[in-house]
Ligand binder design. Sequence first.
Ligand code: AHR
Length: 347
Amino acid sequence: MEKGKMNVHVNRIMVVLLPAIVLLMIMLGWGLGLFTHIEEEPDINEASDRIVIGVSQLGSESGWRTANTESVQRAFTKQNGYFMIFSNARQKQENQIKAIRNFISQRVDYIVLAPVVESGWETVLQEAKEAGIPVIVMDRSVSVEDESLYVTLVGTDSVEEGKKAGRWLEEHLKERRMADEDINIVVLKGTEGASAQIGRTVGFSMIAGEHDNWHILEQEYADFTIYKGKEVMAYFLEKYDDIDVVVSQNDDMTFGAIEAIRESGRTVGVGGDITIISFDAVYEALEMVAEGTINVDIECNPDQGEYISEVIRMLENGQEVEKRYYVEEDVYTMENVTQEVLDARIY
Ligand code: AHR
């Protein structure tokens, strides 16, 4: 072949092949996980005289969790004098343990831990204690015999949240003159082993135990996610045709459950077939409360970054801190979700 013709031929082949090669490389990179969740670790040498915080967040399963992460990011900024190393454990305790060990080896000043589950923290918290790094537990609690393994908890009282749900149902049934009727309840529980799940289950069961006519048909884990909420609710609907009340331990599961209920031809909320009790009270859910789709939403306040920052300020000043700080939380129904409440909502 003449040289000129050969060049034209090679060019044509390249025009056809090049996009295919690039596509192949992108797909390969994706397959190897190169383009997913690249979490850049900040260079600790840039911390200078700022307070270095290692944050181990348990995951990003819900709208609430995103709001909680944003709250931490708002609080631990450079302007506020912090240098934050953030790690997302993607629902795995082993990832959290690895992250904490990483923080210890980097000699951070404080560790903030939002624990995915309640138990199994002794060893790694002991390591942090021996390294002289104070641990602040955020949101959910840890269950350890030696409470000196962490300095304080800034979070929510999940047993109280569960009780609030039960008390609301009592009042609701009384108002409707249904207090003595048989009430069939199903419960969508959050992540197995998580204190938010355990506490809400215990709290609600305590109130339910006072009413012989409340029948908890079944309780099932649905991992605090929309997808699982829908799946488990569909299973409940298949099995029981006389469900009166759904207690769903977070808004994401509630969104999924409502989808499943509607697909089954039943109605929800105020004046509907099935009463919906939810937890969290994120913006989207509050809108649904206002329109009567969700009957009640027990607030779980994710805005904890500022509180933690305040605790750190006290510790830096050598002040004593309490073992537990619970953030303020409300109960929302159609009556109190005003436009003002919605406008002021940051999560
Ligand atoms: O620990 C708090 C719970 O975790 C919230 O209710 C839920 O939405 C989140 O995933």
